[in-house]
Ligand binder design. Structure first.
Ligand SMILES: [Cu+2]
Length: 461
């Protein structure tokens, strides 16, 4: 049998390449079918088939066809975060598989029809991890029981390239899309004491969040928004933050990157008792005596609550940009004021998924400026993966790492931001146009159904 003779894709002659790949794809199928029928073993009614299934962000792939009979799924997580395969109503499922892990599950004897498969991690099915297993009646050679060679080949003959082109165009046409709710709203104090102490209130709760047009997820939030409300404080502020936990699970709040008294670090049960679910409260109180570009999020059960939406910006003092300097021949004038000074909070998993400031393309917000404007931007990676953030055309001057100003800023066109990290950058929008701005891990920004996730644009007028 032919193995993976899939033609290399040509970008120079896409039309011809498409036709060729269809022809060759059909060729592979035909030969495979002949091979199956000629080896004499294909039409037994009690055959056993093992299908290789590959999980990625966010797809369930494989040659998902088998004849009626005993069917097993050999499931491999080829992605970078945990996934499982849950069959239909959930009676049969793999365990939660880590990246690289494989497990075989037995579906038993199945009759002709369709069987639904999905990943049960919150948000993953909605992001694309749903597929259907086709069980044929077993008498037809259309069931590719000799398909081991094909297993794991996710594309091949079945990919509808014309549809891919159509979907891609449609996905661009929707940008920028309006959705309900916007995150990063500045948290106002509920009161200020005579001694100047600023009192804030945060409520931890599950709320509906529109990640992309029409897609509402059960987000875990502070005060109902994603990213959480933004603290913007002055150096020297004394703050008191009352946290009410309306989640179904115990929680706490960690001030990531902020120097606080030990009891205020928000790491239950080490520094405090957990905040009880369904109404428990805890009040954090400390003074911020330095500038910070920090974050806050729960620490206890953080692997669940943070990806699902509980992450916020905690800024003290002005954004650490540098003016009046020349680095590698490119200058930043001394008299500039950035037209935009904004956070860019990254997430990639849980209910929120691949997103910029809590929204997935085309619902991400473009940065709209005039030709010649300067833009200050701070990345906060609250996700589980690296994100090389690539801005077209305009080099980014990295001026601070984790809020700490760099003695030697540097220019880059792609800045990799690891989980927990913050980088502050400054760029000059010196040319008109709609310049794409995205994560350069391509499947964080694009899938077969078009652009999604970590994509936005700088629109220069
Ligand atoms: Cu990414």
């Amino acid at each position: 049998m032919p193995t993976s003779d899939k033609p290399a894709r040509s970008f120079a002659l896409p039309g011809i390449a498409l036709i060729m790949s269809y022809l060759l794809g059909i060729g592979i199928i035909t030969v495979a079918a002949v091979a199956v029928s000629s080896d004499g073993s294909s039409s037994s009614s009690s055959k056993s088939t093992t299908i290789e299934v590959t999980l990625t962000e966010f797809a369930i792939k494989g040659n998902l066809t088998a004849p009626a009979g005993d069917v097993k799924l050999k499931v491999t997580n080829a992605g970078s975060v945990d996934h499982d395969v849950t069959v239909g109503d959930g009676k049969i499922a793999t365990k939660l598989l880590s990246a690289g892990e494989t497990q075989t599950i037995d579906l038993g004897t199945v009759a002709p029809g369709k069987i639904e498969l999905h990943c049960s991690v919150p948000g993953h099915k909605e992001s694309g991890m749903e597929a259907f297993l086709t069980i044929t009646d077993g008498s037809s050679d259309s069931a590719d029981s000799g398909g081991d060679d094909m297993a794991g080949m996710d594309h091949g003959s079945t990919t509808d390239y014309a549809k891919m082109d159509e979907d891609m165009m449609a996905s661009f046409a929707k940008f920028p899309a309006k959705t309900e709710g916007s995150g990063n709203q500045i948290l106002q104090p509920t009161s200020i004491d005579p001694d100047g102490t600023k009192n804030f209130e945060l409520v931890e709760k599950i709320a509906k969040w529109e990640v992309e047009p029409g897609k509402f997820v059960d987000a875990w939030t502070f005060n109902g928004i994603v990213p959480s409300p933004m603290f913007k404080l002055d150096v020297g502020d004394h703050i008191r933050v009352k946290v009410t936990n309306e989640l179904p699970v115990a929680s706490d709040v960690h001030w990531h990157g902020v120097e606080v008294p030990f009891e205020m670090d928000g790491v239950a049960p080490i520094t405090q008792e957990p905040i009880a679910p369904n109404g428990g409260t805890f009040t954090y109180e400390f003074t911020v005596d330095k500038p910070y570009m920090a974050m806050y999020h729960p620490h206890m059960h953080g692997q669940m609550s943070v990806p699902n939406g509980m992450f916020g910006v905690f800024q003290v003092g002005p954004t650490p940009i540098k003016k009046g300097i020349t680095v590698a021949g490119r200058s930043v004038p001394a008299n500039i004021t950035p037209a935009v000074d904004m956070p860019m909070v990254l997430n990639d998993s849980g209910a929120i998924g691949y997103s910029l400031n809590g929204k997935s393309f085309p619902a991400t917000e473009p940065i709209v400026v005039k030709e010649g404007d300067w833009v200050a931007l701070t990345y906060y990676n609250e996700g589980q993966q690296l994100h090389p953030m690539h801005l077209h055309e305009f080099p980014q001057l990295v001026t601070a790492k984790d809020g700490i100003p760099l003695d030697q800023p540097y220019w880059t066109d792609t800045l990799t931001v690891a989980p927990g990290e913050r980088y502050t950058v400054l760029f000059n929008a010196f040319k008109k146009g709609t310049w794409v701005f995205h994560c350069h891990i391509l499947n964080h920004a694009e899938r077969e159904t078009g652009m999604f996730g970590m994509v936005t644009a700088v629109i220069v007028k």
